[in-house]
Design a protein around this ligand. Structure first.
Ligand code: SF4
Length: 431
């Protein structure tokens, strides 16, 4: 029998990774054999991202690569870029099928009548009609899974196109989500990262919420630990923080978008909190979990960000006990309101500010890593490189320990002994 082959390529975020993995398993269940990209598959699925300025270029490059490996391949493009600008994609030579946010989970239906390369087919439901939630999780990496528990966003921040690409906030029920987690618990996976667009909004429109979800997940067998990927400060309430502080499985690691340390800019961004609330959240976390790792997203160069306001952001960040930053240089997005605001910041200035914050991030990380020296922590050993095994502590310190046979993909008690100037932590197993 001639088995058909499929290969997958993911651009963008963890959510896309979990969705590609789910779609790949669906196709495997339909009888497709998953093969490496370079093997020359019968069909290629490219899951795109719209966050980057270069979505178009990247997508075009990957289509070209796929066709290099099999000039007759049936190339399917899905993801945020396919929802936002499907017509641009149909113009890329060699694309056979473009599927929007709703249709991407039904690829198999589009393959039922064969997949000969004819004219490009485009199926793209307007985003306001996209209401179904498709859960999913990534498998493949033996130790860690990205588990999609929520999709879409109702916030409409003035710089963001995600609601236009992914639609309204939606999720499954607590019991459906726990049932999926149990499936992951039956695999080799040890750590699960809860992902979504706005995961704190889990249960929106129902009488359930994120706090209830994590309470139930905490007792799922077979999963050693959970991380919360990123959560909006207004939704990271005291109940959630308190629960994580005494949970068996939820790690003391938070990623909380700040975006700006200026309340004026937060308003313009249409964020739903001010710096006072943000500070309160951080203080509660550190009060209950002094060792917690806290990552912070910041946008630099938003319209109207004066020198003074940028300095406010720096001062605010320096005043907080945080561990690292993810810095984003603001760039204009079509169909958002921010580009129409006054006082756009020149690109050169945006880059300069971005560099300044990246340097601050390294300093914060070094300080946080150093503060962990001498601590004994549970480390999930995920990879083997040269003479080392590498893994993360519960509070997200990446540690290298001398190689030892038979302990990859296990959790070990490790003492952090040193941190070098490249911010690499080294440890030893503590008996
Ligand atoms: S909360 Fe996040 S995903 Fe939602 S609109 Fe704002 S930036 Fe975009």
């Amino acid at each position: 029998m001639n088995i058909k082959t499929a290969s997958f390529y993911t651009l963008g975020c963890k959510l896309n990774f979990s969705e590609t993995s789910t779609i790949a398993r669906d196709l495997e269940n339909e009888g497709f054999a998953k093969v490496d990209f370079e093997t020359g598959a019968d069909i290629y699925v490219i899951n795109t991202c719209s966050v980057t300025d270069q979505a178009d270029k990247k997508c075009r490059n990957i289509v070209r690569k796929a066709l290099k490996y099999n000039p007759k391949a049936f190339v399917i493009v899905i993801g945020c870029y396919a929802q936002l600008k499907p017509n641009e994609i149909t113009k890329i030579e060699g694309v056979s099928l473009v599927l929007g946010a709703q249709e991407k989970f039904n690829i198999k239906n589009y393959l039922k009548n064969g997949f000969e390369n004819q004219e490009t087919i485009l199926r793209n439901e307007p985003i306001k009609n996209v209401k179904t939630f498709y859960p999913g999780f990534s498998l493949g990496d033996r130790t860690r899974s990205f588990f999609k528990v929520q999709d879409g966003c109702n916030y409409f921040c003035s710089f963001c196109t995600i609601p236009l690409a992914r639609g309204k906030s939606r999720s499954g029920s607590v019991s459906e989500t726990v049932a999926k987690a149990k499936e992951i618990g039956r695999s080799e996976i040890k750590e699960v990262v809860l992902t979504g667009v706005n995961i704190g909004d889990f249960g929106n429109g129902t009488n359930e919420n994120f706090h209830q979800l994590i309470q139930k997940l905490d007792s799922v067998n077979g999963i050693s630990r959970f991380r919360i990927s990123s959560i909006e400060p207004d939704l990271l309430n005291n109940d959630i923080i308190n629960f994580v502080s005494h949970s068996n499985k939820f790690t003391p690691h938070f990623h909380i978008p700040l975006q700006s340390g200026s309340d004026n800019l937060l308003k313009k961004m249409r964020r739903r909190y001010d710096t006072k609330l943000y500070e309160k959240r951080i203080k509660l976390i550190k009060g209950l979990m002094p060792n917690a790792c806290i990552g912070v997203d910041v946008i630099v160069g938003f319209p109207g960000e004066t020198e003074d306001e940028f300095n406010k952001t720096i001062d605010f960040l320096k005043s907080l006990p945080i561990s690292y930053l993810h810095v984003f240089t603001y760039s204009e997005r079509a169909n958002t309101t921010a580009p129409r605001m006054d006082n756009l910041i020149p690109m050169e200035e945006r880059r300069k500010r971005s560099k300044q914050l990246r340097i601050l991030s390294l300093k914060l990380k070094l300080k946080f890593y150093n503060s962990n020296i001498g601590n004994i922590n549970n480390v999930l050993l995920e990879t083997h490189e040269d003479d080392f095994l590498i893994g993360f502590t519960e509070n997200y310190v990446k540690v290298k320990i001398p190689f030892k046979e038979g302990i990859l993909n296990t959790i070990q008690k490790v003492r952090i002994d040193s941190v070098n100037s490249s911010i690499e932590a080294f440890g030893t197993i503590s008996t």
